[in-house]
Each structure stands twice: as structure tokens, then as C-alpha cells.
Design a protein around this ligand. Structure first.
Ligand code: IDP
Ligand code: MG
Length: 150
């Protein structure tokens, strides 16, 4: 019965935070990355070019504080404008992680954003083009940080 199925499907609509990192914006790949998100069938709920701040990044990357790549990561994220994006759709949190590919672009599978478009990696060189929330809890926390009031 459709009146039973439809609400169940609606409940699975999720939102995720995507950030096109400074390397993606600098290389003119924002459109290509958004194209892949939209081509997959997800909807853009918010898109904003912005400069991250040390305070925002400290909150966003709190789980990584103290790791060897943390300081260079924050420096990198402050190296130019980023594109903040909220995308929505059924399974978008897992789905965007799948579109993004593995964290290290050298080993990310071809067909993924990082695998097709990324290359450089290391403790100080860590340009992997995109961030995507990794769970519903992270998505809610990160959307509130990057798009307060959305
Ligand atoms: P994710 O972005 O695939 O979720 P996380 O482990 O959450 O990966 O790490 C956050 C970000 O920190 C990565 O996207 C990458 O920019 C950077 N990073 C993580 N691990 C390393 C590393 O071993 N070397 C350099 N940078 C790293
Ligand atoms: Mg992560």
C-alpha cells in the first residue's frame, strides 16, 4: 500500500556536509564535483563559497586534534576559499563518501572524485579535494557548524 511505503521512504532522506577543499576550488573543480553530486541524483540544499576560520576548523576537525597531520591540515584548509555544500537525498551520507573515494587520492579507486582528480598526498601535502560527513551524527554536527540556522 503506497500510503505505508511512502512515509518509510521519506524517513530515509538525509543531509550531509560536503566541503570542496581549497585545492578543488583553486583548480576550478567545484563545478565538476557538484556535477557528480547532482548526476547521482542528490539535491543541493545550500552552496556557499567561504573562507574557513581557525575556530571553525578546530571544531570541525576536533577528532583529529593532536594527530601528526592536524596542523598541516588546518593550514591547508586556510590556504584559500572553500565551497561549503549541503546535499540531500536517500543515503546521501554513505553515497557521497562513495563518490569521494578513499582518503588517500593515490589509492582512491578510479571513478571516484579523489581517484579521478586527486594525486598528492603526505603528512604536509594532503590535497584530497573534498570532505564528506561520515555518519548522521557527524552530518548534523557539521551542518550546524558550517551553516548555522539551516
Ligand atoms: P576523510 O576525509 O576521508 O573522512 P579523515 O580520516 O577524517 O578522512 O581525515 C580528515 C582529513 O585529514 C583527510 O581528508 C585529509 O585531508 C587529512 N588526513 C587524514 N589522514 C591523513 C594522513 O595520514 N596524512 C595527511 N593527511 C591526512
Ligand atoms: Mg573524516
Amino acid at each position: 500500500m503506497t500510503d505505508v511505503v511512502a512515509p518509510a521512504l521519506e524517513e530515509t532522506i538525509e543531509r550531509t556536509l560536503i566541503v570542496v577543499k581549497p585545492d578543488g576550488v583553486r583548480r576550478g573543480l567545484s563545478g565538476e564535483i557538484l556535477r557528480r553530486v547532482e548526476a547521482k541524483g542528490y539535491t543541493l540544499a545550500a552552496v556557499r563559497l567561504m573562507d574557513a576560520t581557525p575556530e571553525l576548523l578546530a571544531a570541525h576537525y576536533a577528532e583529529h586534534e593532536g594527530k601528526p597531520f592536524y596542523d598541516p591540515l588546518v593550514d591547508f584548509m586556510l590556504s584559500g576559499p572553500v565551497l561549503g555544500v549541503v546535499a540531500e537525498g536517500q543515503g546521501v551520507i554513505e553515497g557521497f563518501r562513495s563518490l569521494a573515494g578513499a582518503t588517500n587520492p593515490t589509492s582512491a579507486a578510479p571513478g571516484t572524485i579523489r581517484g579521478d582528480l586527486g594525486r598528492d598526498w603526505g603528512l604536509r601535502v594532503q590535497q584530497n579535494l573534498v570532505h564528506g560527513s561520515d555518519s548522521p551524527e557527524s552530518a548534523a554536527r557539521e551542518i550546524a557548524l558550517w551553516f548555522p540556522g539551516l
